[in-house]
Design a binder for this molecule. Structure first.
Ligand code: NAD
Length: 439
């Protein structure tokens, strides 16, 4: 199939590269010329496992190219996947500005092209957004009737940054919210060959499933972290507790997200929880559990600050800065928040994250760091060793093997605060100066 993918961020560039590697002819579109140029040079605009090689391959064999020209992309495709961002507004509501803009642009190009285009929304959006907001925009600009002159579907994305290529080829499920059966058939054909169950549902159900997933993931992390903190206070090994808890398959518990570790963050869980709670409040629905997931997360982050205060040292190292291991994504990273809380308290901080450094070198996140984190940019070190030499106490928030391999043992270096339960945590726990966040 000939596919256009709008937005070459974490979701769009992975979808574009993976679809191209499945044999589809793909054009990626982005308003950022930096991202368009990176893709056309065969380079990934994000740091993710396997994405670099995949983009190099599919660009070399002509299956993927990128452009900033919406019209050109629509003229050369029958299916358009929309993967633009839907960040939080200041009051917690969902920002649909990018979705509205791209829908207008696609609608205008579809009017010119003629023939049946299937427009697929992959971005996360609250139930009702497609039918009540975007569909009228599309019909106005395309000059036709959705479901008759062009197809419309909602196809939420379940990839997790850090393992997104693997998740694309082995999805937990495929959800197709279809306006009409023909639109759903196009998506079913696009993903043919991928494993996992396919659910064909009405559009608002597809929109809501994504919120059910993300709210539950946040709840699981908060539950595991609170349990970890209580176990620690009572002198119980929370990881032993959770191992037995998870072994109880009769209750069908998936271990994903359910392990004491650090606070969650990133561009999805916090904003999706915020907009769900905001939508509930507007509808006068009381949601005490959901509205306390983010405060629980924030309290967990504060525990890490308290461990540093308890260590009584001023020179602090932080290893890892992206929102979780395996990505360069800094949006709503809990490690950024931790660095800011420590920086605000006057600690002498040095930070190292290999993926963030690499992405900064490529230029992909340079603008984000310069505009949003200028106060942290000056604290970024060039190597693990630079941080370890500087620090009297060092927080470890990454499982990057190069970092884990360089960590000192015993009295050989700074005291270590393990935020994420390192692979060798059990061996380390008797070492002087080593402390785990919640176990
Ligand atoms: P992102 O910010 O990394 O990428 C969005 C891209 O869209 C940017 O490169 C931006 O320049 C581009 N863009 C904005 N307006 C455009 C336009 N008019 N035309 C073309 N490109 C345009 O966002 P993301 O993390 O990939 O997330 C995209 C959506 O998918 C969001 O709704 C998010 O909630 C959802 N989602 C994200 C993840 C994740 O792990 N990141 C997982 C599942 C779902």
């Amino acid at each position: 199939m000939r596919v256009s993918v709008f937005g070459l961020g974490y979701v769009g560039c992975v979808s574009a590269a993976c679809l191209a590697s499945m044999g589809h002819e793909v054009i990626g579109v982005d308003v950022s010329q930096v991202k368009v140029d990176l893709v056309n040079d065969g380079k990934a605009p994000v740091v993710e496992e396997r994405i670099g090689e995949l983009i190099a391959d599919v660009v070399r064999n002509g299956a993927l190219r990128a452009t900033a020209d919406v019209r050109e992309a629509i003229m050369n495709s029958e299916v358009s996947l929309i993967c633009v961002g839907t960040p939080s507004e200041a009051n917690g509501s969902l920002c649909t500005t990018y979705l509205e803009r791209v829908t207008e642009q696609i609608g205008a190009a579809v009017a010119e092209r003629g023939g049946r285009q299937t427009v697929v929304f992959r971005s996360t959006m609250l139930p009702g957004t497609c039918l009540n907001l975007l569909l009228p925009i599309l019909e106005k600009h395309a000059g036709g009737t959705a479901g008759v002159d062009f197809g419309v579907a909602v196809n939420p994305e379940f990839l997790r940054e850090g393992t997104s290529v693997r998740d694309f080829f082995d999805p937990p499920k495929t959800v197709i919210g279809e306006l009409d059966p023909a639109s759903g058939d196009v998506l079913a054909a696009l993903y043919e060959g991928l494993p996992g169950e396919v659910f064909r549902v009405p559009i608002p159900v597809a929109e809501a499933i994504k919120y059910a997933d993300n709210a539950f993931h946040g709840l699981k992390i908060g539950f595991a972290n609170e349990l970890g903190a209580v176990c620690q206070a009572l002198g119980v090994d929370s990881h032993q507790v959770i191992d037995v808890f998870l072994a109880d398959r009769k209750l069908n518990i998936s271990p994903a997200y359910l392990r004491p570790g650090f606070a969650f963050g990133g561009s999805c869980l916090p904003k999706d929880l915020r907009s769900l709670v905001h939508a509930a409040r507007r509808a006068d629905v009381s949601v005490p559990i959901l509205s306390h997931v983010l405060p629980s997360n924030s309290a967990h982050l504060q525990r890490a600050v308290e461990l540093v205060e308890r260590a009584g040292k001023r020179r602090v190292g932080l290893l890892g800065l992206s929102f979780k291991p395996g990505t360069d994504d800094l949006r709503e990273s809990p490690l950024v928040e931790l660095a800011e809380r420590l920086f605000g308290k006057g600690y002498d901080l040095k930070i190292y994250d290999a993926n963030v450094s690499l992405s900064r070198l490529l230029g992909a996140n340079r603008e984000y760091i310069e505009n949003r984190l200028p106060h942290l940019a000056q604290l970024l070190a060039d190597s693990v060793d630079e941080v370890l030499e500087h620090a009297e106490v060092c927080l470890v928030g990454t499982k990057d093997p190069a970092v884990v391999g360089a960590l000192p043992h015993g009295d050989d270096g700074p005291a270590l605060i393990d935020l994420i339960h390192l692979p060798d945590a059990d061996a380390r726990r008797t070492e002087p100066g080593y402390v785990g966040l919640a176990w």
